[in-house]
Write a protein that binds this ligand. Structure first.
Ligand code: MRU
Length: 355
């Protein structure tokens, strides 16, 4: 199962993006066909496709869609080139927090500038393939690190928040990819998944993935994370990231910061698992990260049913920032940044390519 993919032209059907419509899960596993940048932007805003690595792939493939059929030399049709660039700018801005979206867009756009539409498509397919390789590398590295951090325990109980699985990437996930690896290796006792208010990425998506894996898991409401950690029995917390600043401060789904505080109090290792494309050394620290606010409707309604009085307004930050001092280590596809030993992503450069 690929969460997002490029479908080449076949017969009368032009090339397009196919993605799983995550708004329909867990009830229905259905695909969306994306033929235009406008539809892609709408899918991103509605969270039909979401999760930082998947947004990177969507951004890159969206550029390939925008420049499809244009001449190699932009000067041959400047109006079409301008129109495509306007679409690409709107795509880059569709969601602001996950750096992967802008990174994916810029990667494919640079290829278009250098080599035309085919080069953009090749770059987009490489972003997809690199994500598959990166998730495999993170799964191995994360599982190895856990064996060192929690020695002498054949099976681990781990907590997670949001969805960081295949649905947030292409074929396998980041933090949930590590959990899947533990499960496959017979080293997972149980996963504890925070439901992840307000849109329930944990309850709808992570539980769906854990169920398909055949892993043992329990859901908790987000506000039960602190007592669950304080009671003991959680060996590690594994989360993904939307943007990791140069100093290691990490933006991730709203609620992650509270889980990190509770993990520190309980003495439980807190690991961030994310590809190098999520590390943004141009952003110095968490204060400089733009946090998306998704507005009132998602908070005053629950599954289309009004739960707050008419006229109630809400503040709805979709992400928060976990300060680096609460993070035990950052695991990427090429390295482990030992934040507990005061390493930062900026002062420990990544080796080239997935290891
Ligand atoms: O609003 P979402 O569902 O896109 O938020 C996703 C998250 O916060 C994930 O934890 C993050 O993107 C990492 S996904 C591997």
């Amino acid at each position: 199962m690929r969460t997002i993919d490029w479908v080449p032209a076949q017969g009368d059907s032009p090339e397009h993006i196919r993605l799983i419509d995550q708004t329909k899960l867990p009830e229905n596993l259905v695909d969306l066909r994306i033929d235009s940048v406008d539809t892609l932007i709408d899918a991103i805003r509605r969270l039909a496709v979401r999760g930082a690595p998947a947004l990177g792939v969507a951004g890159a493939m969206g550029v390939a869609l925008a420049v499809r059929g244009l001449p190699d030399d932009p000067a041959a049709d400047p109006a079409a080139d301008r129109a495509a660039r306007a679409e690409i700018d709107a795509l880059r801005a569709a969601r602001p927090t996950a750096v992967n979206l802008a990174w994916g867009v810029d990667t494919a756009l640079a290829a278009y500038d250098a080599g035309g539409p085919w080069a953009a498509l090749e770059a987009a397919l490489k972003v997809r393939d690199d994500d598959i390789a990166a998730c495999a590398a993170m799964a191995d590295r994360g599982a190895e690190l856990l064996a060192r951090l929690v020695p002498g325990k054949p099976e681990l109980t781990v907590m997670t928040i949001c969805n960081t699985g295949a649905l947030a990437a292409v074929e396998h996930g980041t933090a949930l990819g590590v959990i899947e690896k533990l499960h496959t290796d017979g080293r997972l006792a149980r996963a504890v998944a925070c439901e992840t208010r307000p849109l329930l990425q944990g309850a709808r998506l992570t539980a769906w993935e854990l169920d398909r894996m055949g892993a043992r898991y329990d859901l908790i409401v987000d506000s039960a994370a602190a007592i669950t950690l304080a009671r003991g029995g959680i060996d590690a917390v594994l989360v993904g990231a939307d943007r990791i600043a140069a100093n290691g401060d990490t933006a991730n789904k709203i609620g992650t910061f509270a889980v990190a505080l509770a993990a520190q109090r309980a003495g439980v290792p807190f690991l961030v698992v994310a590809p190098e494309s999520t590390v943004d050394v141009a952003t110095p620290d968490g204060d400089a990260i733009h946090i998306e606010d998704r507005g009132t409707a998602e908070v005053v309604d629950f599954h289309g049913v009004r739960t707050a009085p008419a006229g109630a307004t809400a503040v709805n930050p979709a992400f928060d920032v976990t300060p680096v001092d609460l993070i035990t280590a950052i695991v990427t596809d090429t390295r482990v940044v030992d934040t507990a030993a005061k390493e930062t992503p900026a002062d420990k450069p990544a080796p080239a390519g997935p290891a």
